[in-house]
Design a protein around this ligand. Structure first.
Ligand code: ADP
Ligand code: MG
Length: 375
């Protein structure tokens, strides 16, 4: 029997009840685990498919303790668990992922400094605390640039693009009080890609095929796999992701977002220490999904094959797409529908996704283009 192997029949505890937790839970259940989730909102995407739901705030120590008492192993889908809760869990419960990577990636300043410390390129940046520092950072980096809050940003929230000197004060005022910040040079890029790397408690590491990501309004719209890029760059991207996983002594899943610059070079944009929206294509297109691989990694299984079985385009379904999805999704040939069980279809809210499978990405993209859903 392998060490650190969590036997099926045991309970996997998930911090956070959103769609990532739901899809982790579904994989865990397929493998015979029971699932407990900590989530304050009733009827959450993960709560709907879990055996036990503990309804307290994410950072409530009593709630975390109760979750721990009900579980044999813990993982998280939600990155903004406060450091003291994560620390407590690491010390008092079995959280194989630990809390260190979580705290590094919660803050763009430590995240970028850590990536750079492994000699992996990031876009030139400066840390900024005051308007004076912002002005001097603008002078050093030149414009255009983008000001980002160090903590709590997602889907482009907490960011302001600064195109000319006149925009500096406005950007500063709009983000007032949300600091510290980083100012990054605006990179001319050819495309955005991501690599999802998984490392088990035994140190076994896999990467999934590279996803080419198309954003709309800073929210992921499509992931195209295989990515349309040359094999030399592909190898470099995989090397970077694996180097990060080893250097960080990763356990679990790490999504590495990168830019392919117009200069032909790769830059790491940001990291997410969990399964990622750009890996949802793996559910239908790979031998093993990112969610199954994550459960395997933290429960001490050997990792599964990440081989791509079919070409695929994943398209996100936001609140505003829902009526058309219901009307037209059955016309999309080769489409696999995934909905997260959210009742309120708010604009911009991630309600689900579709994985459209086919023989090659060109014909899949043409088919999606013809569909009225995303018009
Ligand atoms: P979030 O946490 O919101 O995903 P990101 O740093 O990934 O934050 O930024 C969101 C998107 O904005 C990126 O996917 C990219 O399209 C664009 N972006 C961010 N930083 C830069 C940059 N320095 N140069 C060019 N585009 C950028
Ligand atoms: Mg991002």
């Amino acid at each position: 029997m392998m060490a650190n192997w969590i036997k099926p029949g045991s309970t996997v505890g998930i911090l956070g009840g959103g769609q990532l937790g739901r899809m982790m839970a579904l994989s865990a259940r397929e493998m015979g685990y029971r699932v407990a989730v900590l989530e304050p909102t009733p009827d959450s995407p993960c709560g709907q498919v879990a055996d036990i739901q503990i309804k307290t705030a994410y950072n409530d120590h009593e709630g975390a303790k109760k979750l721990a008492e009900n579980c044999d192993v813990l993982t998280y889908e939600f990155e903004n668990i406060d450091a003291s809760t994560a620390n407590w869990l690491e010390e008092n419960m079995y959280l194989p992922q630990g809390s260190k990577l979580l705290s590094i990636t919660q803050d763009r300043i430590t995240e970028k400094a850590t990536i750079a410390s492994f000699d992996i390129p990031v876009v030139p940046y400066r840390t900024v605390d005051t308007l004076v520092e912002l002005k001097s950072a603008v002078e050093q980096l030149h414009l255009p640039a983008v000001l980002k809050t160090a903590r709590g940003g997602y889907d482009g929230k907490g960011q302001r693009v600064i195109k000319q000197m006149e925009d500096v004060s406005a950007a500063w005022e709009e983000l007032a009080g949300k600091g510290p910040f980083v100012l990054e040079s605006w990179l001319e890029f050819e495309k955005e890609i991501s690599v999802i790397v998984t490392r088990s408690v035994h140190g076994e590491t896999t990467t999934f095929p590279i996803a080419e990501n198309i954003h709309q309004n800073n929210i992921l719209h499509q992931s195209i796999v295989p990515a349309r890029m040359n094999s030399k760059l592909e190898k470099e991207a995989v090397t970077i992701a694996t180097h990060l996983a080893d250097s960080l002594e990763l356990v679990g899943t790490l999504a590495v977002e990168m830019f392919v610059g117009s200069d032909g070079l790769l830059y790491v944009n940001e990291l997410a220490p969990r399964p990622h929206n750009s890996g949802h294509y793996t559910i239908n297109a790979c031998v093993t999904s990112q969610f199954e691989q994550h459960i395997r990694a933290v429960c001490g299984w050997p990792l599964g094959s990440t081989e791509l079985v079919k070409s695929v385009v994943m398209v996100n379904i936001l609140g505003e797409h829902m009526p058309k999805v219901m009307e037209n999704v059955t016309d999309l040939k080769g489409a696999k529908l995934h909905l997260y069980g959210k009742s309120e279809a708010k604009i911009g809210r991630k309600m689900g996704h579709v994985n459209v499978l086919g023989d090659n990405v060109e014909t899949i993209l043409e088919q999606i283009e013809r569909s009225p859903i995303w018009k």
